[in-house]
Design a protein around this ligand. Structure first.
Ligand SMILES: [Zn+2]
Length: 236
């Protein structure tokens, strides 16, 4: 795990990338921000799973984003989660950058109500309460969001969004700006089955299957084995 910390004033911000080793965009964004971002607050840059990154794998022995709060003597990822929990202790705002193989609009992930999401300049906010079980990174920090990017969003675009969020938080100079947000809540999963194997879904577009109306989220994410998509409802 590579951790570089700059400054010592509060509030403290952490930018975390490569929690999943094959989602390298996070490391790219970190590299760009690290060489150019100048703010008065503490900034911590974390490239989380370097070993998995080198192998271009999601993880080595277990999904890091399902391994929190971690275990000092556990698997590679449990040890990383343990170290990362300690590292992020006392950090005010944590941004966890991910990318997805799904064809989807970029979106923010929260678990429960979250005061940070409203400052991040993306339109879609997905509350994963119905899917999360306390073992993800953002559930183990003071205030954090994960951001899920599709494969066509560039590091430059992401960098601009992180900067705009820091402006919106009053940590960086500039004019505040935020999009009107749409909120969704995940309430379940649709498992792959012979019944739905020919189904084609579109993320964030309400659909009906087997008598149930829902909004698919992360349909097309290859890392979710046996899961066709998450099921959500629009809440705001
Ligand atoms: Zn990820």
């Amino acid at each position: 795990m590579k951790i570089n910390t700059y400054g010592f004033k509060s509030p403290a911000v952490a930018i975390v990338g490569c929690v999943h080793g094959n989602e390298k965009i996070g490391a790219e964004v970190i590299q760009q921000l690290e060489s150019t971002l100048k703010i008065d607050s503490t900034v911590k840059y974390v490239v989380a799973n370097e070993e998995a990154m080198q192998l271009n794998q999601r993880f080595i022995s277990s999904d890091l984003n399902r391994s929190f709060p971690g275990d000092r003597y556990g698997t590679h990822e449990e040890q990383l989660a343990f170290a990362l929990s300690n590292e992020l202790y006392g950090v005010d705002y944590t941004f966890d950058l991910h990318s997805t193989t799904a064809q989807t609009d970029d979106f923010i992930i929260t678990v429960g109500n979250n005061d940070l999401a409203q400052h991040y300049p993306l339109k879609k906010v997905v509350d994963m309460s119905g899917f999360a079980s306390g073992v993800s990174l953002i559930e183990n920090v003071m205030l954090g969001i994960a951001i899920e990017y599709n494969r066509s969003t560039s590091a430059d675009q992401i960098e601009r969004q992180v900067r705009q969020c820091l402006v919106n938080l009053g940590l960086l100079e500039g004019s505040p700006g935020q999009a009107q947000q749409e909120k969704y809540r995940v309430y379940g999963i649709l498992e792959e089955s012979p019944m739905n194997k020919d189904l084609t879904l579109e993320n964030f577009v309400e659909t009906s299957f087997d008598g149930e109306i829902f909004i698919p989220i992360l349909y097309g994410e290859l890392a979710y084995e046996n899961i066709l998509c998450l099921k959500a409802r629009r809440i705001e």
